[in-house]
Write a protein that binds this ligand. Structure first.
Ligand SMILES: [Zn+2]
Length: 284
């Protein structure tokens, strides 16, 4: 009989989005972040401060070290996608995650207490990044998730756009909860269906009987119009010209030449030439 390996702890992993475009050295902006390359995997530590998780400790492999150097730092989580739970077996990784904040603050950093707690954190993030934003559940508009985020709403929207039928829905029908409740729409099945229906009727929201769907389709139509205007506005302009306008990541994302992100509601993706001038855009 073999014993199953017992992990040192359970953690939450995320991917650094290819939409990350940040100041790294001097005042030059480029794809990725200062310490991580786009597409890198990082371990996201539990929420420590009262900001809802905007700033988190993360541990990852520092860029340009050939995968040898683990680094822990505080990072804004807006460029992280697809939180998922993984076991930690490596003692050096575990040490990097739990090391004290400083020599003065000698206590090891708290990690997730169990696999379940890590899963709750990943699920909660998924809810905020996809459900809150697409189902318009937040008091203030939430920024659109990153293009890499697994999202059943966007899948349903893309399926409608490609001419696929509403049925079959690729996800199993929800078991509990009355039809049309928030919990029902929040399932993968409901999200896919909502994305499909609101895309199909995005130019004619009044033809939707369901009040929630009509609101969502109307809001999506407005976002798409705004994105169309923004795409026309940024075409042919340089980053230096655009920066003073302060158009944030929620609306405008510069992406690397070889990267083709999926369409996102209300977001303009812009590709740049060597002079950092916008040569091409797409918007959703
Ligand atoms: Zn989505």
């Amino acid at each position: 009989m073999t014993e199953e390996a017992v992990p040192l702890t359970w953690g939450v992993v995320a991917t650094v989005s290819r939409e990350a475009f940040t100041t790294q050295r001097g005042d030059t902006q480029r794809p990725g972040t200062r310490y991580f390359v786009p597409g890198a995997k990082v371990w996201v530590l539990p929420i420590m401060w009262g900001d809802g998780g905007d700033q988190r400790y993360v541990v990852g492999t520092r860029r340009r070290t050939g995968g040898r150097s683990l680094i822990r730092l505080v990072m804004n989580t807006r460029y992280l996608a697809n939180y998922r739970v993984k076991p930690v077996f490596s003692p050096s990784l575990h040490a990097a995650m739990s090391q004290p904040q400083s020599v003065d603050q000698g206590d090891a950093l708290p990690l997730y207490a169990s696999r379940e707690e890590a899963q709750q954190a990943a699920d909660s993030r998924k809810w905020v990044r996809t459900r809150l934003v697409h189902l318009a559940l937040a008091e203030w508009p939430e920024p659109m998730h990153n293009a890499e985020e697994t999202c059943e709403f966007c899948d349903g929207r893309d399926a409608a756009h490609a001419g696929a039928p509403l049925e079959p829905n690729p996800h199993p029908p929800p078991g509990g909860g009355p039809d049309g409740s928030m919990d029902w729409w929040g399932t993968p099945y409901g999200m896919w269906r909502c994305g499909w229906l609101t895309e199909k009727r995005i130019e004619t929201p009044d033809s939707l009987d369901d009040l929630a769907l009509r609101h969502i389709a109307t809001a999506r139509r407005k976002l798409r119009r705004q994105a169309r205007l923004l795409a026309a506005d940024v075409a042919g302009r340089t980053i230096a010209e655009l920066q003073p306008q302060g158009i944030g990541h929620a609306r405008l994302r510069f992406v690397p030449e070889n990267y083709q992100p999926r369409l996102l509601d209300g977001v303009v993706h812009a590709w740049l030439d060597g002079d950092e001038r916008v040569t091409r855009t797409q918007f959703g």
